[in-house]
Design a protein around this ligand. Structure first.
Ligand SMILES: CC1=C(CCC(=O)O)c2cc3nc(cc4[nH]c(cc5[nH]c(cc1n2)c(C)c5CCC(=O)O)c(CCC(=O)O)c4C)C(CCC(=O)O)=C3C
Ligand SMILES: [Fe+2]
Length: 363
């Protein structure tokens, strides 16, 4: 972590965790899905199928509990480091809704919050869409005149994000039978997105960089050279629209046919074990692997690992130092360089066209 940056949140007076949101009971599943997919042309069959994924887990997405757990650890960590900013939480698609949170923050006297989004990579879904959410919610809450909102940069190659995946990949290898460990291939997985999103953002190169960093570290630690691939899960949208491929299940079939002996599945696209992880990987991909007789272990996501909790503080103090006019050293392990604090004009564009207001960028 970057200790050269003084541990102060000045000029920020609050940290806002901004996430996706998820249902917390069967009655909430359909309204939640309506919020997610409004105006996005997701086929009815796909929606019904995704609803079933949630019902399989009692209509409860794990994501909200994971946000609460992360916030509790971040509050503790900030307090331990003498950083006295309150931490708030708002979501794009479910309670607590972002606009309600912004209203409460304004009433509490917050004027200069910094936003941390639970998405590490650049893409419309993980970057600009949250910036549009901030603009819409700030307008709805009527706080645009009293609050200046900044957002923390994309953090895919930060050691506090990559490190937990190195540890969890080693732990997953250890869960395989000892005689299979050295032969196990590493399958890095992220959320598929439409090709149009991938072509207009650094989504794929950023994932390739993280996969390479984790694979290198695991090779160093185990002394074993193993094959790895980046694949995708959770494809949605109409069948006519091209999305990133291959799908994780198709990849497992291919590798089994090619004689692979075991796999470790590493969900580098996700900061915590939410629905895509517990359904698409732990349920669906695990079932395919079982049918193929292919031993599979799934690596954990960063969740509330101490390195990831410390990442939030590091990025908060880094950005605060920038705003105070200090020179900072930015933690980042890939050769891609840090993403800018203010998104460049037109970055991670809205596939339905420009023109929707977005905060925290140069456009
Ligand atoms: C890149 C990306 C991330 C990672 C970055 C980030 O974390 O933000 C992400 C996260 C998430 N996606 C989630 C859930 C859903 N995503 C959907 C639909 C879509 N996701 C997309 C992309 C992404 N999504 C896209 C291009 C669509 C098509 C519609 C559209 O263009 O918007 C749908 C609709 C049904 C379906 O078709 O799957 C659901 C229910 C949950 C909550 C999980 C839980 O409850 O635990 C989380 C964290
Ligand atoms: Fe999604």
């Amino acid at each position: 972590m970057v200790e050269s940056v003084s541990a102060s949140a000045e000029p920020y007076d609050a940290l806002l965790l901004l996430s996706f949101g998820g249902p917390e009971g069967p009655d909430e599943v359909v309204p939640f899905l309506e919020n997610v997919t409004r105006g996005r042309g997701i086929p009815r069959e796909r929606l019904a199928a995704v609803g079933e994924h949630y019902f399989l887990f009692g209509g409860v997405s794990p994501i909200n509990a994971q946000c609460r757990a992360l916030i509790a650890q971040v509050e503790k960590d900030l307090a331990e480091h003498g950083i006295g900013v309150p931490v708030y939480w708002g979501n794009r698609n479910w309670q607590p809704f972002l606009a309600d949170t912004l209203r409460r923050m304004a009433a509490d006297g917050v004027r200069r919050p910094l936003v941390f989004v639970t998405s590490a990579y650049s893409s419309y879904s993980g970057c600009r869409q949250y910036r549009e959410d901030l603009a819409a919610a700030a307008a709805e809450a009527g706080v645009l005149d009293v609050m200046r909102i900044d957002k923390i940069r994309a953090y895919f190659d930060h050691p506090g994000f990559v490190g937990p995946f190195v540890s969890s990949t080693l732990e997953a290898l250890d869960r395989l039978e000892p005689q299979l460990r050295d032969a196990a291939e590493v399958v890095f997985v992220t959320h598929s997105v439409p090709l149009s999103y991938a072509q207009t953002s650094a989504y794929v190169p950023q994932h390739e960089a993280v996969a390479g960093l984790v694979a290198d570290a695991v090779r160093e630690r185990t002394g074993v050279e193993r094959d790895w691939t980046l694949v995708y899960c959770s494809r949605s949208g109409p069948p006519t629209q091209p999305w990133l491929e291959p799908d994780v299940c198709a990849h497992l079939r291919d590798r089994a046919a090619a004689g692979a002996r075991a796999v470790v599945v590493v969900p580098i696209g996700f900061v915590s074990d939410h629905m895509e992880v517990i359904y698409d990987l732990d349920t669906q991909a695990a079932q395919v692997a079982a049918e193929l007789g292919l031993p599979m272990a799934r690596a954990a996501t960063p969740g509330t690992r101490p390195d990831f909790v410390a990442l939030v503080r590091d990025l908060l103090t880094e950005r605060a130092a920038v705003e105070r006019g200090e020179t900072v050293t930015r933690a980042g392990l890939s050769g891609l360089g840090a993403m800018p604090d203010l998104c460049a004009p037109g970055c991670c564009p809205n596939p339905r066209g420009a023109g929707k207001p977005a905060l925290c960028g140069r456009d």
